[in-house]
Write a protein that binds this ligand. Sequence first.
Ligand code: HEC
Ligand code: HEC
Length: 390
Amino acid sequence: MRTWPLLVLSIAACRPGASPPASRDAAPADADAGAAELAALDGAGLYGKLCAVCHGADATGYKADNAPSLVNRTFLESATDEQLRRSIGEGRPGTSMAAYSTARGGPLSPEAIGKIATWLRGHGPAPIALPARSAGDAARGEPLYVTHCQRCHGTAKARGDAVHLANPRFLDAASDPFLGWAIAKGRPGTAMAAWEGTLTEAQIDDVVAYVRAFGGPPAEPLLPAPTGKEPIVINPRGRAPSFEPRSTPCPPSRADAGKPACTPDGRFVSVDQVRQALEQKRRLVIIDARPPSDWMRVHIPGAVSIPYHDLSRLAEVPNDGTWVIAYCACPHHLSGDVVDALRKRGVRHAAILDEGILEWHRRGYPVVTAPGVEPPPKESRGLSMPGSPR
Ligand code: HEC
Ligand code: HEC
């Protein structure tokens, strides 16, 4: 049996206040679009609207949630077109990377995914013929992985700061030569070093075998897609919840500069307050701001799917003082878009679920899930990624 060494873990990624105020600027200028608008966009437009919020406008990554670079030279030269399309279409369940294909309940047709993949391709070299790998030995790979890789990439059960190599959708999409190339050549300009020279070719094969052995369960079946007819308000006859929202921290004050103090924006309500409101059958609206594919895996009971890329159902949200809580995976980026759009419409009692749905699920709070969906892995936190706003 494989033994997992103890890691010092902390659930820090979604902690309140982890998201700096500036990250709200990451919201696309106009998130208020439906399927028709998406269909009219080219690859760059689709990317800007759906992906830039996490992967950055130039796709070099680390705008939010430690989303990796999608245009690194060694990534583009080793990832196949099929791998790119699958990564976008299937997502990485349990992380903030949603499944974007219509087949998985996301917003993008195969053509649209192809357009984004082609746009990404335009940023770097075409795929090269990768050297074949020899069969490695997972048992010999384990101590190498633990010593050299785990602090960034985490364990089978815990995601680190870097791409979670144990994610079954990652392992489905990535070939052994792709893994070996990433390890040998690294990702220039990021925290991922080139390991050739430090590790022998045989040791790289052993690490590849160990990573491959993370295996993972097959794809889960999904809940039926949202119909767009789900009721908006939970407990319509209930009393209003008594939320005490947290505000975005003010920037360090410079009293002598005569600047006005910042106004509290009451933007964040904690998972504990929202759980209590549900238990007490309070009247409220909960919006799942992620692509519907994520709602189809797991959502808070009564949460209505209004994804950040199609806000048409926002028109149905009552503007009568009813509290509206929006959530996304972690931390606040997609839900922040929705709250901004609500406030623009004059809905003042709109706030973000502070720690997000992953933390809600991790804590064992009530959820509706597709069969077999487990709470997401813990997040371990070792280092700050390059360009990370933290
Ligand atoms: C809410 C944040 C978020 C959004 C929005 C998002 N991604 Fe991601 N994406 C991530 C994260 C985080 C990962 C790494 C997941 C992990 O831990 O394995 C990722 C991984 C990926 C990967 C795999 C990269 C690799 O190195 O294996 C691809 C490709 C990708 N995203 C493309 C896209 C595209 C295209 C879009 C828009 C249609 C998009 N992403 C939208 C957060 C996001
Ligand atoms: C200091 C942190 C760090 C260490 C240590 C590290 N990596 Fe990475 N690794 C990263 C980051 C960050 C990326 C993504 C870089 C990017 O944005 O392109 C990455 C990318 C990768 C990828 C490519 C994933 C993809 O889909 O693009 C593989 C495979 C990988 N690392 C394996 C390893 C292995 C095996 C080791 C140990 C020998 C290791 N890494 C050590 C940080 C690290």
